[in-house]
Design a protein around this ligand. Structure first.
Ligand SMILES: [Zn+2]
Length: 257
């Protein structure tokens, strides 16, 4: 599965921070595998054994020996032209210039652990929460099954920006479980610690670029992915909104009219 919102709340948060770090470094990546069911793990285990392909895992689904089954890991791939042939699709796993290590280093910077550091089978596209060690042994001892472990997450969904299921858009969850929608909200961005006005659509997705708010005002909201994304940076100290003329995409700043 590719849905990061199925994973441990803290993994979701750190995944978001990691994606922003990668954006800042012009490292274009995407999340592939996230939570894996026992059935999916069994199919993967069968690959190279009773099904075609080469062996990719030693973990059987029923033994819960993959971190993916516990929702504490995700895999990533590159979405950029590494070999300079003008194509992206053929470079998903092109590690010839050490990009997986760079991505792994950025992941460690935000507090994730990297499968490329494993001693035996290195797993460079694999990032995980290291709270329970580098194998699921402790989780298996303490919780027996992923179902029991996942039940303990419920109370941990804290306030803050969350990445949407498409891995591109953002939404904001309040402490009581409701979310920001339909208009302006003065919110804190956890990674950068900055406050700003953010505009949300009716479904609760944060808007960026040129937008018209419910009152008919025209605004330009920071379109640059990263810690200022979506912020209306033309508000004054009191947070009063001012209408901007246009956004200079090249120099990343607003021109006030
Ligand atoms: Zn993995």
């Amino acid at each position: 599965m590719r849905d990061i919102t199925l994973c441990h709340p803290r993994l979701q948060k750190l995944a978001g921070e990691w994606l922003r770090e990668c954006e800042k470094e012009k490292l274009s990546v995407a999340i592939s595998e996230t939570l894996r069911t026992a059935l999916e793990q069994d199919l993967l285990y069968a690959q190279g054994r009773t099904r075609p392909g080469k062996i990719v895992t030693n973990a059987k689904g029923s033994e819960y020996r993959s971190q993916h089954q516990w929702g504490i890991a995700f895999d990533f791939y590159l979405t950029m032209d590494v070999n300079g042939d003008g194509k992206i699709a053929d470079d998903s796993y092109n590690d010839s210039t050490g990009l997986f290590e760079r991505a792994g280093t950025l992941a460690k910077k935000v507090g994730l652990a990297w499968g490329g550091d494993w001693a035996s089978i290195k797993d460079k596209p694999h990032l995980y929460l290291s709270d329970w060690g580098s194998t699921p042994d402790r989780l298996i001892r303490e919780y027996k099954t992923p179902e029991h472990f996942i039940k303990t997450w419920k109370m941990q969904s804290d306030e803050g920006f969350k990445m949407a299921k498409d891995g591109v858009r953002w939404w904001y969850q309040f402490a009581d479980g409701t979310y920001a929608a339909s208009g302006w909200h003065w919110l804190k961005e956890a990674t950068g610690g900055t406050h700003g006005w953010y505009l949300f659509d009716e479904s609760g997705y944060m808007l960026t670029g040129y937008q018209t708010d419910p009152a008919g005002g025209r605004y330009i909201l920071c379109p640059d992915p990263g810690i200022h994304e979506g912020q209306c940076m033309i508000s004054d100290e009191k947070g009063e909104l001012r209408i901007a003329g246009e956004y200079d995409f090249e120099n990343h700043r607003y021109h006030l009219s």
